[in-house]
Design a protein around this ligand. Structure first.
Ligand code: SAH
Length: 290
């Protein structure tokens, strides 16, 4: 076994997936064809990489651990459609590294069992942020993540798991659960269970007029868990005015952050940013003064 002389390193969140069924489900979820150019983050010992290589046009893998890179280079270095980059996925300039390799450019899918300690930053790197979406979005992103994160990614509004991360990601991509992956499918078993999710970046129906304002609104709106929106947002909008606006949008004025769908978040942000709101705002003040 190639893993024998490499002890999994905690600092790099190394947990080797060793369950055939889960590996096959990850590969299947990527719906690969010979035209797909893949990015894999954290190939580790290459257990997933070996399955991806025969099914895709090419695979670029980014691995931070030098020793694992040596091991992978020894085993897969001669495979034509494989490019291994040693570095930190968060800081590595991927475009610069693949500039000299046309067959590894225009990556269109991501398949990865990622290090859980940097899940948030990896998601941001892959899909961008509300105000700065990835300029060339991937067709699909299949990731093995911690179960609690997975639940937030595909959560429906109204459920407990629906939080700021759900809105931020679902604004940019549709998200679905592929399958749960219990901790014992890994060596060493992580403390948490996992799940495979698939993200498909896409545009939302009605975009935010001011994406930066939506980012701020979502952050504040989910500021304190279990508080009503009008309380979490009171530093930004007067509570009574917000009640009025929520009613205008057919949203229960007692709603909490998790009760609003992504499109309702956008509608609220847009009404706050638009002239309509200012009119409501001003007339409200006039009324109040009379
Ligand atoms: N895909 C493998 C390993 C997953 S464990 C498997 O399924 O068995 C996570 C992997 O990500 C490890 O190989 C770890 O060394 C690597 N890694 C951790 N931090 C990284 C980073 N910042 N950039 C790139 N790779 C990283």
């Amino acid at each position: 076994m190639p893993t024998m002389n490499h002890r999994p390193r905690k600092q790099f969140a190394q947990h080797w997936l060793r369950n055939e069924k889960a590996l096959n489900q990850i590969v299947k979820a990527a719906e690969l064809s010979k035209r797909d150019r893949l990015l894999e983050i954290g190939p580790g010992t290459g257990v997933l990489t070996r399955r991806l290589l025969p099914l895709a046009e090419s695979v670029v893998a980014v691995e931070i651990d030098r020793d694992l890179c040596k091991l992978l280079a020894k085993q897969l270095g001669k495979v034509d459609n494989f490019l291994l980059l040693q570095g930190d996925i968060l800081s590595l300039d991927l475009d610069a590294h693949i500039a000299a390799f046309p067959a590894f450019q225009k990556l269109n899918k991501v398949v990865a069992n990622i290090p859980y300690n940097i899940t948030g930053p990896i998601l941001e790197k892959l899909i961008g942020k509300i105000a700065t979406p990835a300029p060339t979005p991937f067709d699909s992103i299949v990731l093995l993540v911690q179960k609690e994160v997975a639940e937030r990614l595909y959560a429906q509004p109204g459920s407990k798991a629906f939080g700021a991360l759900s809105v931020r990601v679902q604004y940019l991509a549709s998200c679905e659960l592929i399958c749960p992956v219990p901790a014992e499918y890994f060596y060493p078993a992580p403390k948490v269970d996992s799940a495979v999710v698939r993200l498909r970046p896409r545009r939302v129906g009605t975009p935010a007029l001011d994406p930066k304002a939506l980012e701020t609104l979502v952050k504040l709106g989910f500021g304190e868990k279990r508080k009503m929106l009008r309380n979490n947002l009171k530093g930004m909008v007067d509570r009574d005015r917000l009640t009025q606006l929520l009613e205008q949008l057919n949203i229960n004025p007692q709603a909490r952050g998790e009760d609003l769908s992504v499109s309702q978040w956008v509608a609220l942000s847009n009404i706050l940013e638009s002239g309509d709101f200012r009119q409501v705002d001003e007339s409200f003040h006039e009324d109040a003064e009379i």
